[in-house]
Design a protein around this ligand. Structure first.
Ligand code: COA
Ligand code: ZN
Length: 326
């Protein structure tokens, strides 16, 4: 939905921005955002042209009360052709709910860290894998696409570094099941650029046919640097959240995802083609504080885009006259 000549459209490499604020962001919020407002926000995000929107999660309403209206939201949003509407699904029950609600893609989740998997999903990794294999089979029989998000790929807040071989073993197991995409998640902002470059490049060499998404949190201020490092290593799909909302309820210290409008702004300046209307994204982000009852991390929502210029100070003419008179 970009006007021709939109200044925020680069002509360079296509980078897919995938909006996760409605799920990764809202799942953490204390205030319950009214269902109608979630639907309106999703529609506004669709209109900006993002490639994919994680609309909600079909999790237990006791575990994630903020998203207990998943069915209504998924059914009542307006679907823009070209945007993929995905949802997080933890188990077979969630898959049935998501399929019933006409979700385009199921985003399954498990952790490459045994400790984080138990804390977040209350299952051992073997139990998670068996359960998810059933979900993949169910989705395949319903002809619904599956993406798997692997948590703690760049480090676990409880275990520390996770060996690359262990990460890649889980990737291989899901690739063997025939999933369409894999998301490498930096769940708690432990990733750093050289690590990201190395792991992304290695994954792309080993699985050239798999659509990898990179999912970074900005917990330690390295989010944008990590996105750029991943692009340099050939990645072209990124999760990001409006306003920089986000966090994992079972990952101590986790903070917001990389911020959609910050990433869209930086990538457009660098000439990448995101297909996203930055002005629309900014307008949506600026509505967030009223919806969630607090400020948002987004720097661009505060500062405006780089060339959103300010008037000169009121005393400018006098200052200039004095300077020239010297
Ligand atoms: N949708 C709706 N309800 C669900 C459900 C689903 N997908 N999965 C489980 N439930 C319900 C069960 O019916 C049961 O309800 P009851 O207490 O009324 O009988 C309750 O949740 C507990 O079910 P149980 O099978 O014992 O699972 P659990 O409590 O171990 O929950 C998870 C396992 C993973 C499904 C649950 O903890 C969850 O949804 N967690 C959210 C994980 C998440 O999204 N984390 C953040 C993203 S990384
Ligand atoms: Zn996340």
């Amino acid at each position: 939905m970009n006007a021709p000549g939109n200044v925020w459209q680069g002509a360079g490499r296509r980078i897919h921005l995938q909006e996760v604020g409605l799920r990764d962001g809202l799942q953490m919020e204390k205030a319950l955002v009214p269902t109608a407002d979630k639907i309106a926000l999703c529609n506004a995000l669709s209109a900006t042209g993002v490639a994919k929107i994680e609309v909600t999660s079909f999790t237990s309403p006791t575990a994630i009360p903020a998203l207990r209206d998943a069915e209504i939201v998924m059914r009542e949003i307006t679907r823009r052709p070209g945007t993929v509407y995905t949802a997080l699904v933890p188990n077979l029950r969630g898959a049935e709910r998501a399929i019933e609600s006409r979700t385009d893609e199921l985003n399954l989740v498990m952790s490459v860290s045994a400790t984080h998997n138990l804390a977040n999903l209350r299952m051992t990794q073997a139990q998670s894998f068996d359960a998810l294999a059933q979900v993949v089979a169910r989705a395949q029989s319903a002809q619904v696409a599956v993406n798997v998000s692997l948590s703690c790929v760049f480090g676990c807040p409880m275990e520390g570094d996770v060996p690359e071989a262990q990460v890649f073993d889980w990737v291989q197991r899901f690739v063997d099941l025939g999933v369409c995409g894999i998301t490498l998640c930096d769940t708690t902002g432990m990733a750093y650029p050289t690590q990201v470059h190395q792991l992304t490049a290695a994954a792309r060499v080993r699985w050239p046919g798999v659509a990898f998404t990179l999912h970074f949190h900005n917990t330690r201020g390295m989010g944008l640097a990590n996105v750029l490092a991943a692009i340099d290593a050939g990645a072209d799909r990124f999760d990001a959240s409006l306003g920089g909302l986000g966090g994992c309820p079972y990952a101590p210290g986790a903070s917001g995802n990389v911020c959609s409008e910050e990433i869209a702004h930086a990538l457009a300046l660098m000439g990448y083609a995101t297909g996203v209307d930055l002005d629309g994204l900014l307008a949506a982000a600026r509505q967030l504080p009223a919806l969630i009852g607090h400020d948002i991390p987004s720097q661009i929502a505060k500062a405006g885009p780089r060339l959103a210029l300010h008037p000169v100070p009121a005393d400018f003419d006098a200052v200039r006259a004095r300077a020239l008179a010297r």
